[in-house]
Design a protein around this ligand. Structure first.
Ligand code: F6R
Length: 240
């Protein structure tokens, strides 16, 4: 069942997301984290809270959703670099407690299976999600099996176009593959917090909430999860 929280704009969405997340920033908790534009406001609030209130991440573990295939971690658009720049470098989390899937290596599928095994040992208490304009969650594009484990995937054309803005608006620079937690992996999280803002998410939000549970809209599977909070701004909620 969905708990849908409607807010005015991105700033209010980030405030509300922080309120939800705060309950999970406690010793022993496991946070599932995301990249992209959506969570940046939330991460800013987590950093501010750490700096002003001393909220500690020393005994927290994190697992990220995904990583581009083939980008070195030193590349500024790698999700490893994104997480360090926007969150990890500004809080007291030990590096060994943070996990971002690796998009480099000889056997990415074996590494993906090992990533799922790590998550199985430390189940995620709350998984933060954005949503793609095509309804993807993590990089599970339309048509991905609902029981998929962490795997290597091709990015949809629309996702490559959406992410072009991070690569000098040059489509040839956008990686075409990613390692992503599977939908099966994401569904094992105890709680899910999805944030959607902006008019380009309106159709995907409508399909996720009101549409059939269908692989054509990967996020629609969340209708089958027991604890999902969805924070939507006015623009993203405009078709509801
Ligand atoms: C990021 C991720 C993606 C994004 C989605 C929305 O780790 O898994 O599914 O959440 O593409 O991206 P933004 O937030 O940039 O609109």
């Amino acid at each position: 069942m969905f708990n849908v929280i409607k807010v005015k704009d991105y700033e209010e969405a980030s405030d509300k997301a922080f309120e939800v997340m705060k309950d999970f920033i406690k010793p022993g908790k496991v946070l599932g984290l995301a990249t992209g534009s959506t969570p940046i406001g939330l991460y800013q609030r987590m950093v501010k809270d750490h700096e002003e209130n001393g909220t500690s991440y020393k005994e927290i573990k994190t697992f990220n959703l995904d990583e581009y295939v083939g980008l070195p971690i030193s590349h500024p658009e790698s999700y490893y670099a994104f997480m360090h720049r926007n969150l990890f470098d500004h809080i007291d989390i030990p590096e060994e407690n943070t996990h971002v899937p690796s998009g480099l290596g000889e056997d990415l599928e074996a590494q993906a299976a090992a990533y799922d095994a790590m998550i199985a040992k430390d189940p995620v208490d709350i998984q933060l999600l954005g949503i793609g304009s095509d309804g993807h969650i993590a990089f599970n594009e339309p048509g991905t099996a609902f029981d998929s484990p962490t795997h290597v995937t091709d990015l949809a054309e629309s996702t490559i176009k959406d992410n072009c803005r991070f690569f000098d608006n040059d489509i040839s620079k956008v990686p075409t593959q990613a390692v992503t937690q599977g939908i099966g992996t994401i569904m094992k999280a105890k709680n899910i917090l999805l944030i959607a803002t902006g008019a380009n998410k309106a159709q995907a939000v409508k399909d996720m909430i009101n549409g059939p549970v269908d692989e054509a809209c990967p996020a629609s599977i969340l209708q089958k999860h027991d604890n999902v909070t969805i924070i939507v701004d006015e623009a993203a909620a405009s078709l509801l």
